[in-house]
Design a protein around this ligand. Structure first.
Ligand SMILES: NC(=O)c1ccc[n+]([C@@H]2O[C@H](COP(=O)([O-])OP(=O)(O)OC[C@H]3O[C@@H](n4cnc5c(N)ncnc54)[C@H](OP(=O)(O)O)[C@@H]3O)[C@@H](O)[C@H]2O)c1
Length: 340
C-alpha cells in the first residue's frame, strides 16, 4: 500500500511515529507494510519518493523543521492535486486543518483523490460533517474506500465498532465528545471559576488561544453530525442541530452538583426516530449513575444504544497526535484487510 500524506502537522508526525513503532508487528501479524511515497504540506514543503520514504528521516525532518524536498524529489509550487496525481499512491491520507464552515481545503483534496480512484483516510471533521454521505457515495462509485475513524474520539474506535462489531441498527448515541470542555468542567467542579479553568486548559495545551470552537460546542456539534449521519443514517447539516456550549454555566452550580448526586457535562446526542434522525449539543446535569458522569478530565466517551445489547459505553482519549495517528493506521489496516 502506497500512501500520500496531504498535511504533515502534529497528526501526520504522530502517524509516522505509530507506523514506525508498530511496523514490524503489522507486517508479521497482517502482512501489512504501507510505504509513504509522497508528503505535501504548505509549511514544510513537498517530497515525492516512489521507492518509499525512510520513517526516521521523515521524523527528523519534522522535528528539525526542515524542507521535505531535501528527502527526495521535491519542488516548490506543487499543489496537493499535482502531488496526489504524480505520487502513484493507492491511498491519500488527508490531514490538513479543519474548517467547519467550508470543509476546505480537505473537501477538494478528498473529492479529487476519490475521483482518481484512490482510497482516502482523513481525521478532518469538516468534510465529513458537511459532505460525508456525498463523499461515501463518490468512493463507492469509484470502487474505493473513504474512512474517517479519527474524526470522532480520535484513536478510540467507534466507526469500526459500528461497522464490524454490531449486527443491529444503533438507535441512539450520547457522548462527551470534546475533551477541552470536559477538562474545564472537571476543574470547575473542583472549585475553579470558568476563567481559571480555561486558563489551565490553555496552559496545558488542551485549549486553543481562541477557544470558541470548543467552549461554544461547535467541535462537539461537528462530531455529533458525523455520528448522526454515518452511524445512525441521518441526513443532518450542522445548521440543523441546536447547539449550546458551556460558557453560560454557573461555576457554583457545577461545583455543587456532585454533592447533590449529579455532574454537569457537555452532552452531544443523536437519536433515530420514526420521523428521522435528530441531534443536539448542550450542557446536561447527569445523575452520577450515568456512565458518562464518571468520565473526567480530557477523556471522551460515547454510549451507543441498540437492540438487544442495551447500552455500550466506549471511553478513551479523544485527541493527541499519536492517538489520532493510530486512527489513521487502523483505517489503513481496514482497507488492507478489505483488499485481501
Ligand atoms: N491534533 C489532534 O489531536 C486531532 C485529533 C482529531 C482530529 N484532528 C484533525 O486532524 C487534522 C490535522 O490535525 P493536526 O493537529 O495535525 O493539525 P496541524 O498540526 O495544524 O497540521 C496541519 C498541517 O497541514 C498544513 N496545511 C494547511 N493547509 C494545507 C494545504 N492546503 N495543503 C497541504 N498542507 C496544508 C498546515 O500548515 P500551516 O500550519 O502552515 O497551515 C500544517 O502543517 C485537522 O483537521 C484536525 O482537526 C486533530
Amino acid at each position: 500500500m502506497k500512501l500520500c500524506l496531504i498535511g504533515y502537522g502534529n497528526v501526520g508526525y504522530g502517524f509516522v511515529q505509530v507506523l514506525w513503532r508498530h511496523g514490524p508487528w503489522l507486517r508479521e501479524r497482517f502482512g501489512f507494510a504501507p510505504q509513504i511515497v509522497a508528503v505535501h504540506d504548505v509549511r514544510r514543503g513537498t517530497v515525492l519518493a516512489p521507492e518509499g520514504l525512510d520513517l526516521e528521516a521523515l521524523s527528523r525532518a519534522w522535528l528539525e523543521n526542515r524542507d521535505l524536498g531535501e528527502l527526495g524529489r521535491g519542488g516548490k509550487g506543487l499543489t496537493a492535486f499535482t502531488v496526489i496525481e504524480e505520487s502513484g499512491a493507492d491511498v491519500v491520507v488527508e490531514l490538513t486543518p479543519t474548517d467547519l464552515r467550508t470543509g476546505e481545503p480537505a473537501a477538494g483534496h478528498i473529492r479529487f483523490a476519490l475521483a482518481a480512484k484512490k482510497h482516502v483516510v482523513t481525521t478532518n471533521k469538516g468534510p465529513v460533517a458537511l459532505y460525508g454521505k456525498e463523499l461515501l457515495a463518490l468512493a463507492e462509485e469509484n470502487g474505493v474506500c473513504f474512512r474517517f475513524e479519527g474524526t470522532v474520539m480520535a484513536g478510540t474506535p467507534l466507526f469500526s465498532l459500528a461497522e464490524f462489531g454490531l449486527a443491529a441498527p444503533v438507535r441512539r448515541v450520547r457522548g462527551i465528545l470534546n475533551g477541552t470542555t470536559n477538562f474545564i468542567l472537571t476543574q470547575m467542579e473542583a472549585g475553579k471559576t470558568y476563567e481559571e479553568a480555561l486558563r489551565e486548559a490553555q496552559r496545558l495545551g488542551y485549549a486553543e488561544t481562541d477557544p470558541t470552537a470548543d467552549v461554544e460546542g461547535l467541535d462537539a456539534l461537528a462530531k455529533i453530525v458525523i455520528l448522526a449521519n454515518m452511524v445512525l443514517g441521518g441526513d443532518l447539516r450542522p445548521n440543523d442541530v441546536p447547539c449550546q456550549g458551556i460558557t453560560g454555566l454557573s461555576a457554583p452550580e457545577v461545583h455543587r452538583a456532585p454533592k447533590e448526586g449529579y455532574r454537569w457535562k457537555l452532552v452531544a446526542e443523536a437519536v433515530r426516530t420514526e420521523e428521522g434522525v435528530w441531534a443536539k449539543v448542550g450542557p446536561e446535569r447527569l445523575p452520577l449513575s450515568d456512565p458518562l458522569a464518571q468520565v473526567g478530565g480530557v477523556l471522551n466517551a460515547l454510549t451507543l444504544e441498540l437492540d438487544p445489547l442495551g447500552a455500550i459505553t466506549v471511553v478513551g482519549p479523544g485527541a493527541g497526535p499519536e492517538v489520532t495517528g493510530h486512527a489513521v493506521l487502523a483505517d489503513l489496516l481496514a482497507i488492507h484487510r478489505k483488499q485481501r
